[in-house]
Design a protein. Structure first.
Length: 612
């Protein structure tokens, strides 16, 4: 309770403050303190009634010593670049508030400095089945381990990125948020968990953080965040994830030969006039359209008229439900949040039983591999108004593909390598949304909504003399076509070694002519291939690595950088196991020593993965 006798306030001010202060939240108090600190002290006049008040006024009127700059640390863990981009955005906003900001990838941050951090902001995605992204693994292990320090003097907030179609939605962000609290840190803005359509939720988090830290202190020099954090040489453009560019299709070719049971499309798109720029190693985001057959079957299952108008996501107008389900809403993936919302809308459908406590395994198995048509048919959802039901659906997410062209080799173009996904399950054919759209319904001259997704975690070495080892089976070879095209154009002298695999040499050797030309010209020093269906025993890229373990180890000792692209669930794990085996076998390392060596390579950006 504030007392009038020991403060510079009048009695009526004291009464007013005593009414206000108990009602303030911690965040509001922090904001208010920052706001008051920002007010100019010159000209302030307070009339006091006691000598103590007079002294306080004199002190307030005296020239204040320069305030110590406020500091903030923004850490990001990112697999595809989204967390990095949002961390840069927050850094800019904090700089505008007068903060001195340290922006760092978690893998580059020194954990022993953590206890010195006053304001910590974490932006992190969750990869695969609840795993931290590659550049967050070491920091995640440290923070959740026994060596993590007490953090009573640290304020923090966490932004978590994820995908509700995965069981462990935003688990890494939740791990950080819970652990920081356990270590005594003070949460100044609530954690926000973002789905794949993260823009609105992330903006809310950014606003809550800025409100919590308050206004800039007096005399602080604002630093424009966006310009300060822009990539060198990057051209400004209005096109982005939320405002994609309509790229004209130049070519759409099937790379597989006669007799193959696979279809892999080589897609060439024009970026002319877009202002979009990319680097080898980046990805392209593509907004696809749902299969018209599935759309028609969903409409029939719900009993809707195809022409009935429904709202679009984010209040972007209205369209007939057939058009909206084709281009605006996700209908091929079921998530627990969607099941919960539909159960609330249809309490007699039987979905409540699926959501009951103890049925977690049954729910997990049900949503796996099923889509909106399955849900409508299995639980008889016919009759619900289309305009109300579609508001429960997620916006159709963009699909990210590793770019398979070098911008130096193909100015104003971008190339993709996309394998068609089509299979039968539960009595009907299922389609990969984007891959089927590209292979069946996209012709040269048509346009495709796209945006560039920076991937700072998958880049060629800055030194062109560094040897490069590339491991990419199937469409995982895409970024290595971009890498070699880039090195050819720049005249890089470093050795290159490509491990490539697929099913059959005769029909599935993607970009064979180009690899052979690069081998002849010396751009590609060495290539080892594994065609799994051409031999009695299946042979994969990791087997070729082990066959050449001595040479591969020699390249590692020469400082070679290793790149892996492709399937995360099996291939990437098998390749990592092969690398560890080679380090132990050829280098004489123990298990822990080999793991530590690989972790150091990762920290030094000599081991980079683009896996999905």
């Amino acid at each position: 309770m504030l007392q009038a006798t020991n403060s510079p306030f009048r009695q009526d001010q004291v009464e007013w403050l005593n009414q206000l202060l108990p009602t303030l939240t911690d965040g509001q108090k922090i904001w208010l303190s920052g706001y008051l600190a920002a007010l100019p002290s010159a000209g302030v006049s307070v009339t006091g009634t006691t000598s103590a008040n007079t002294a306080a006024v004199a002190t307030a009127a005296a020239p204040a010593a320069p305030a110590a700059p406020r500091e903030a640390t923004v850490l990001f863990g990112s697999q595809t670049g989204n967390s990095h981009k949002l961390a840069k955005k927050l850094s800019g906003k904090l700089q505008d508030q007068g903060f001195q900001v340290t922006l760092s990838s978690m893998i580059d941050f020194k954990p022993n400095t953590l206890k010195k951090v006053q304001n910590l902001f974490v932006v992190v995605s969750t990869h695969g089945e609840g795993d931290p992204p590659d550049n967050a693994i070491s920091f995640h292990e440290f923070l959740l381990g026994k060596r993590a320090p007490r953090l009573e003097e640290t304020s923090f907030s966490v932004l978590a990125l994820g995908d509700t179609s995965y069981e462990f939605f935003c688990k890494t962000g939740k791990d950080f948020d819970q652990r920081l609290e356990e270590l005594g840190a003070k949460r100044i803005a609530p954690r926000v968990d973002c789905d794949v359509d993260y823009e609105d939720a992330s903006e809310q988090w950014l606003a809550s953080v800025i409100a919590a830290v308050g206004q800039a202190p007096a005399g602080a020099q604002a630093t424009p965040g966006d310009s300060a954090n822009a990539a060198p040489g990057a051209a400004a453009t209005d096109y982005s994830r939320s405002n994609p560019f309509s790229a004209a299709v130049l070519e759409n070719l099937n790379l597989n030969g006669r007799g193959s049971d696979r279809e892999t499309r080589h897609l060439e798109l024009s970026l002319e006039g877009s202002g979009l720029r990319y680097e080898a190693g980046d990805s392209l985001g593509v907004y696809p359209a749902n299969h018209p057959r599935l759309v028609d079957e969903v409409i029939e299952a719900f009993g809707w008229s195809p022409e009935v108008s429904v709202p679009l996501p984010k209040n972007a107008g209205e369209l007939p439900v057939k058009d909206a389900l084709t281009s605006a809403y996700e209908i091929t993936v079921l998530t627990k949040p969607l099941i919960e919302q539909v159960a609330a809308l249809a309490p007699n459908s039987g979905l409540q039983e699926l959501l009951a406590s103890g049925k977690e395994h049954e729910l997990k198995e049900y949503v796996k591999g099923r889509d909106l048509l399955d849900l409508a048919q299995d639980y008889d959802l016919k009759g619900f108004p289309a305009a109300k039901f579609v508001t429960l659906l997620r916006k159709i997410p963009a699909r990210l593909y590793s770019i398979s062209s070098s911008p130096k080799a193909y100015p104003d173009e971008v190339h993709l390598t996309i394998r068609k996904v089509e299979y039968e399950s539960r009595g009907r054919v299922r389609y990969g949304v984007c891959s089927t759209y590209v292979s069946e319904r996209l012709e040269p001259g048509q346009e495709l909504p796209v945006f560039v997704q920076d991937n700072p975690n998958f880049k060629l070495p800055a030194n062109p003399d560094v040897p490069v080892i590339m491991i990419g089976p199937g469409t995982g070879v895409a970024p290595f076509r971009a890498f070699l095209g880039e090195r050819e154009e720049s005249g890089a002298a470093g050795k290159t070694w490509l491990f490539y695999g697929d099913q059959h040499f005769a029909s599935d050797f993607l970009y064979q002519v180009e690899w052979q030309r690069w081998l002849k010209d010396g751009v590609l020093t060495r290539m080892d291939v594994a065609f799994s269906r051409d031999t009695d025993q299946k042979v994969y890229v990791q087997h070729r690595m082990l066959e050449h373990s001595k040479e591969l180890y020699e390249w590692l000792m020469q400082g070679a950088a290793v790149y892996v692209c492709g399937d995360e669930k099996k291939m990437a794990h098998d390749v990592q196991a092969a690398l560890l085996t080679i380090l132990k076998q050829e280098g004489g390392l123990e298990d822990e020593e080999a793991a530590a060596y690989l972790a150091t390579m990762q920290q030094d950006k000599r081991y980079q993965r683009d896996v999905y």
